[in-house]
Every structure is written in C-alpha cells, then in structure tokens.
Ligand binder design. Structure first.
Ligand code: 9MR
Length: 370
C-alpha cells in the first residue's frame, strides 16, 4: 500500500469535507424561506484560502462582494473602470449556483473625488453630477445585466434622526439624487431588483424616513423592491422589540426586507452605527477577549444570534435574504472598527474556520419552522 503525503492545506480541506458530510447547511435549511448569504472578499473568490472558499460555496445560497463593486474600486477615475474582481465574483457565484447581488451603486463613502469635482477641484454642477451618476450606473448595472439579481442602488442616505445625510450627492443634487439613481438602474437592467440599503434601520426615525422614501419613489413611478437593513448589531442594541418593530413597518409599507450585512459584535462599543469614517483610540478595556471569550459572554452572544435569526424566520414572508457580513472572525471588518486592532467574534465561523455551535442551533430552528 502506498502512503501519500498531502500538503497541510489539502489535508485540512479534506478533513473539512469529511466533517461536512451529512451536515446540513444554513443555505439548505432556509430554502423556501429566504436566501442565506455571505459577503466575500476578492481573495476568497480567487481561492487563496481553499478552506474559506470551500465554506463559502458549501454553506451559503447567496454572495455579495464586500468591497469589489463599490464605486471607488470599480470606477476609480472618470474614464477608467476596474472590472477584474467584480467579474470574478459574478462568475464565482454562477459557477457555484449562488445568487449574486450587487453592493453598491451610489454611496457617500468609498467613491472617487472625481465624481464631484471639476478640473479645478470645484464642485460640479447638478447636471454634470447627474450625468456622471448615469454613466456609472449604466456601465456597472449594464455589464452584469441578467446576472446580478438585484442592486443596493443607494446606500446610507439618511442620518439616524431621519434627515438626509449631507453628502456630496445631497449637496449638489438635493434629495432627487436618490430618484435619479433608481431611474438609471432600472433603465440599465429592467429585470433587476432594486434596493435602498442602510444601517440602524431599527431606529424609529430612520425607519420612518425610509418608509416615506419608499412611498415617494413609488409615487414617482420608480421601481423599488426591497429595503436592505444592514443589521450591524451589538450585544444589547438594537433590542429584539426595536428590530421587530422595524420589520413590521417595512412589511406594512409593502416592500420586501433584506438583512444585508448581519453581524453581532461581542465587544464593548463606544457608539452605535456603521459609519466607516468613525474611529476611536485603542485601549485594553475595549478589547477584553484577546485570549478567549468567557463562556457566559459566549452564551449571551449565541442567544442573541438565535433570537434575531428566529425573528427573521418569523418574518420570512417578507424577508427575502439574510446575509452575514463576512465569513470568519479572522476576516471581519469589526476587528478594525470602530477601534483598530481588536479581536472581535461576530461571525458564524471561528478563527480556525470551524463552524460555531450556534449554527447547529440555527439550523434546528429553521427546520422546526418548516
Ligand atoms: O466591510 C467593509 C470593509 O472591508 C471596508 O473597508 C469598508 C469601507 O468601505 O466597508 C465595509 O462594508 C460596509 C458596507 O459596504 C456598507 N455598510 C457598512 C459596512 C461596514 O462598514
């Protein structure tokens, strides 16, 4: 008998596959209720870590690019697009029979300054900005026409108090920039679903503003299929009640709901929200679980994940997709936000790419719900 030496990585992939045999996945058990998706980075798409790539293809029914389709990476200069990573993402989803959604067309963050400036660095006119938005949206949505199920057309246009965010889009075009974005997206792919996406949708004033926007857009004849609730959560906020109240309001507004960027940070937070420009300085007190998470804290996190997941199941008549914002505790954006260099534990897979026990509980819950 010949003994073959296989590489460490191959061995681990083999082991993971063996462990996975017969194991149900969240992608499978949520079938018929909602898609269960994951945000992926470009390294995972090209298979730099074979284990991560395998988990993504095996466990989830939908994917979204964590960064590669955002305005700056995909359209770094007025006359230059960078399609490499986004092309790979879409092909990866197709190959693995996963639904691909697009994030995001119009956002105040991660957008090249060229979008708003003329050759002298002055703000462009409303006409010029509108035309640049048109070109951006037509090119991106047009390129993936028929291959991307739906788009986060506008991301984070409101403050938590329900007023419009004073972004460059808003300063130059007023609130109509939102309507234009939805019109351009529909023109580029009439069959694609179109979404408005934001964080802290559980905050009543913000949720009310979004509901009003949905009505306004529909009143103007725009297509809007769903509201994306990012659902970047903490250990105590938002409460289950506040989350349910937001789902109820969106349901009553007649739109579908997508949980688009779900994660629950286990760390203390100096604030709530997901505005990426916010940053606080590091202290050991704010990074209490460098070595391990105490069991009592872990149990609390598990319960919170389960409670929220149960709520999404309860509203599965309107919730069309639940997407986790990252794969493992190693790769989560929360290790560096809003404080750089901490160790957070918000994902479904741990730092060794192992499933957390809460996944089994979530699977049981989804099966019970059938
Ligand atoms: O997870 C993303 C991170 O890798 C990026 O550095 C960051 C800045 O663009 O964006 C993160 O994703 C954000 C998402 O696109 C929109 N909602 C908030 C998310 C977390 O900041």
């Amino acid at each position: 008998m010949k003994i073959k030496i296989i590489s460490g990585v191959a061995a681990m992939v083999f082991l993971t596959s063996v462990q996975a045999m017969g194991q149900k996945t969240l992608g499978e058990v949520t079938k018929g209720k909602f898609l269960f998706g994951v945000a992926v980075n470009s390294r995972q798409v090209i298979g730099i870590s074979a284990i991560e790539t395998e988990l993504i293809t095996r466990e989830f029914s939908a994917i979204v690019g964590e960064n590669c389709m955002k305005p700056q990476p995909i359209h770094p200069e007025e006359n230059r697009f960078n399609w490499v990573d986004a092309d790979k993402l879409v092909a990866f989803g197709e190959k693995n029979k996963q639904v691909v959604t697009g994030h995001c067309l119009i956002w105040h963050s991660q957008v090249g300054r060229w979008m708003f400036e003329d050759a002298n660095g002055k703000d462009v006119s409303p006409e010029v900005l509108k035309e640049r938005m048109h070109q951006h949206i037509s090119a991106v949505v047009g390129r993936y026409k028929g291959r991307v199920k739906g788009w986060d057309v506008v991301n984070e246009a409101f403050e938590d108090n329900g007023t419009y965010r004073n972004s460059k889009y808003y300063q130059i075009l007023g609130k109509n920039f939102i309507k234009y974005a939805f019109q351009f997206a529909r023109e580029a792919d009439p069959d694609a679903e179109l979404y408005y996406n934001d964080y802290n949708v559980e905050t009543p004033a913000k949720c009310d503003a979004i509901v009003a926007l949905v009505k306004e857009l529909r009143g103007e004849g725009c297509r809007i299929d769903a509201v994306g609730s990012q659902a970047h959560m903490h250990m105590n906020t938002p409460t289950l009640d506040a989350t349910e109240a937001s789902l109820k309001k969106l349901k009553a507004a007649g739109v579908k709901v997508l949980i688009t960027e779900w994660d629950i940070s286990i760390l203390p937070s100096p604030f709530e929200g997901a505005e990426i420009s916010t940053n606080f300085s590091y202290s050991a007190k704010m990074d209490p679980y460098r070595d391990a998470v105490p069991d009592s804290v872990q149990q609390k996190w598990n319960k919170r994940m389960l409670d929220m997941f149960g709520l999404f199941l309860k509203y599965s008549d309107v919730v069309d997709r639940v997407t986790i914002w990252g794969l493992t505790d190693n790769t989560t954006w929360l290790n560096n936000f809003p404080i750089r260099g901490r160790k957070d534990y918000p994902m479904l897979f741990d730092r060794n790419n192992q499933r957390k026990s809460v996944m089994d509980e979530m699977i049981k819950l989804a099966e019970k719900d059938k």
